[in-house]
Write a protein that binds this ligand. Structure first.
Ligand SMILES: [Zn+2]
Ligand SMILES: [Zn+2]
Length: 436
């Protein structure tokens, strides 16, 4: 097991710009648990004034110009981490996934070349990451909720939630930021609510026009605008009777999350959740890597059955409790959803641990991995291991005992864990491990 910080080379590139190609762009995949990114640039021949624009999978991280005469050097290191960044760039957590570097000449004077090496400094997750408990779907009396924001926060605190996204219908008027550390962290979201389906937008800055008709304005437009605002797009309760999602023909690459488990107290929920699991599996088999999430959709007036914040809870693995950290964890699929306590599932490959949602790079075409699962549910549950949408194995797991599964995998497989009760009802599910 690796226990200290170490550097990995993520990518190396050589590029040039000239009059015909005044811009150059590359994307690269940043693995999880990188604490710091260093983009080391060696500027070669040419006299164009180069400029460097950087995007992480969620945010625009800023623009760097090496144009100050007294600082001029052919060797530049653009460093970004949680607390610091090179001038022109934004500090903040290093999100795993696709990053982009865009190089332009402002102006282009001639053919100008450069070499680029992208280095990540790894942090082992055991040191800095914790599981936080939250709810991604809630309403207040600014729309059809039964409670004020204060009432909602009070109820969320009783449920021991660390965070909450406020997602009123088509308005963000109910939101106010809370800095009180005793409260749970409340973040801005909205539930885009249309006859064609509902979508939660997490972490937006301003309201986005919800008037989707599928022709002049589509959910693709909403999702693109969400991205511009550095937020995440979730398809809500996709199979819940009259509230179901009717826009599967949208560009699903613009979708970040699928709300697999909405309010378990809704009479149509059990069937809807099973259909959502099935659809998620189909999309995973097609190569999509949407994050599976939950949301209580609480608290509405007069709702019968169990309907409260944190039912189900969405647990996220994050290296801090802030909006940036929670969005990063959601984007990285470090997510477990449970209608009760947390369920921990760790995959070991050659003694290295991987968390749910992780990409597991393996050496040979076929390998064995070990998945260890433990639960804080007091009654024993049926643990199911789903591989490529098929039930691979099931076994019993009980409080205080760890279940150890050995799974034969090949590159391209994905595996996820879910718990059911004796009657077969869903109790919890985790996001998949991806074998590469
Ligand atoms: Zn809804
Ligand atoms: Zn709702």
């Amino acid at each position: 097991m690796k226990t200290t910080d170490y550097e990995v080379t993520i990518a190396t590139h050589s590029g040039k710009i000239d009059q015909d190609q005044p811009t150059w762009e590359t994307t690269f995949q940043v693995p999880p648990y990188i604490g710091e990114l260093q983009i080391r640039i060696a500027i070669g021949a040419g006299n164009s004034r180069l400029a460097f624009q950087i995007f992480d999978p969620i945010r625009n991280r800023g623009f760097f110009v090496p144009w100050i005469p007294q600082e001029w050097s052919n060797d530049i290191t653009l460093m970004l981490n949680e607390n610091e960044a090179e001038r022109g760039l934004e500090k903040g957590p290093i999100v795993a996934g696709e990053w982009t570097v865009h190089v332009s000449g402002i102006p282009v004077r001639d053919t100008s070349s450069f070499d680029m090496e992208i280095i990540g400094v790894c942090q082992h997750p055991e040191f800095d990451y914790s599981w936080y408990k939250g709810d991604l779907h809630s309403h207040t009396n600014h729309t059809d909720g039964a409670l004020s924001l204060d009432g909602l926060i009070h109820t969320a605190k009783s449920a021991e939630l660390d965070f909450l996204f406020l997602t009123d219908h088509n308005t963000i008027s109910g939101f106010r930021s809370n800095q009180n550390e005793d409260e749970c962290l409340v973040m801005r979201g909205v539930e885009i609510t249309t006859p064609l389906g509902h979508a939660n937008l997490f972490g937006i800055k301003t309201m986005i026009d919800w008037r989707v008709d599928g022709e002049t304005r589509t959910f693709d437009d909403v999702a693109k605008e969400t991205r511009q605002q550095e937020g995440l797009f979730s398809i809500n309760h996709p199979f819940t009777s009259h509230l179901s999602w009717k826009q599967w023909n949208m560009d699903l690459d613009l979708v970040d999350c699928l709300e697999i488990w909405n309010n378990p107290g809704h009479p149509a929920n059990e069937q809807a959740t099973e259909e959502a699991l099935q659809k998620w599996d189909e999309l995973l088999n097609e190569g999509y890597r949407h994050t599976g999430i939950g949301g209580s959709d609480s608290v509405h007036y007069g709702f019968k059955g169990e309907h409260r914040p944190g039912f189900p809870s969405t647990y996220v693995l994050a290296n801090g409790l802030s909006e940036h950290h929670i969005l990063k964890a959601l984007k990285e699929r470090h997510v477990v959803v449970s209608k009760g306590p947390f369920v921990e599932s760790v995959l070991y490959y050659e003694e290295n641990p991987f968390q749910v949602g992780d990409i597991v790079p393996v050496n040979e075409e076929e390998e064995n991995v070990i998945i260890e699962t433990s639960t804080a549910f007091h009654e024993s549950k049926v643990l199911q291991c789903v591989k490529n949408a098929e039930l691979y194995e099931e076994t019993e797991v009980s409080f205080g005992n760890e279940s150890v599964l050995q799974v034969r995998v090949k590159k391209g497989d994905w595996i996820r864990i879910q718990l059911r009760d004796a009657e077969g009802k869903l109790c919890a599910f985790a996001n998949p491990f991806f074998i590469e």
